[in-house]
Design a protein around this ligand. Structure first.
Ligand code: KMT
Ligand code: NI
Length: 172
């Protein structure tokens, strides 16, 4: 894992967009973003149990796995959105970037590789992209049924109660 400020330059979303200004894990924690490095997959069971996650699946995002829809998928993952539940991803292979909004609405880019796990809190604005290798395999954990509906950022999401709760918990 490496977290840094996104450079906001033009260019493919899959490029690093590295400003060379790092972001400390403690700042991620301030945003409510949790990070774990878990070389032992069994540790996932412990975390899943603690947080009451019962189900999981594995998704491969790549042209090989997705065929013609790959480019559209990658674009849609990159639309800024929030969820009304946590988003947990545990990378099993390949790599990708999760971008999360800072308190000042700047982008923090988080590069995740194999054995990295991230927990994004409900209500945080974020987006995802593969990198130039165009390949990531990730485990997605969920509680009962997946509540992954991405709610694209707009007036509606700004007043969403999960968004409000998120902002409240950050300022506490
Ligand atoms: C997401 O939330 O954008 C995804 O699930 C993308 C695939 S998981 C790396
Ligand atoms: Ni999401």
């Amino acid at each position: 894992m490496r977290a840094y400020w996104f450079d906001n330059e033009q260019g493919d979303q899959r490029l690093p967009h590295d400003s060379n200004r790092d972001v400390e894990p403690s700042y991620l924690a301030q945003l409510g973003v949790l990070y774990y490095h878990l070389p032992e997959e069994s540790k996932v069971d412990t975390i899943a149990k603690e947080r009451d996650y019962k189900n999981r699946d594995v998704i491969t995002v790549s042209p090989d796995a997705m065929g013609a829809i790959y480019e559209d998928k990658v674009k849609s993952f990159f639309h800024e959105h929030l969820h009304e539940d946590e988003e947990i991803r545990y990378i099993r292979d390949g790599a990708g970037y999760f971008d999360v909004r800072s308190e000042d609405d700047a982008w923090v880019r988080i590069r995740l590789e194999k054995d990295d796990m991230i927990v994004l809190p409900a209500g945080i604005y974020h987006r995802f992209t593969t990198d130039e290798q165009n390949y990531i395999k990730a485990m997605r954990l969920f509680k009962d049924e997946p509540k992954w509906t991405p709610l694209n950022r707009g007036n509606e999401t700004d007043i969403n109660e999960h968004r409000q709760n998120y902002l409240q918990s950050r300022s506490a």
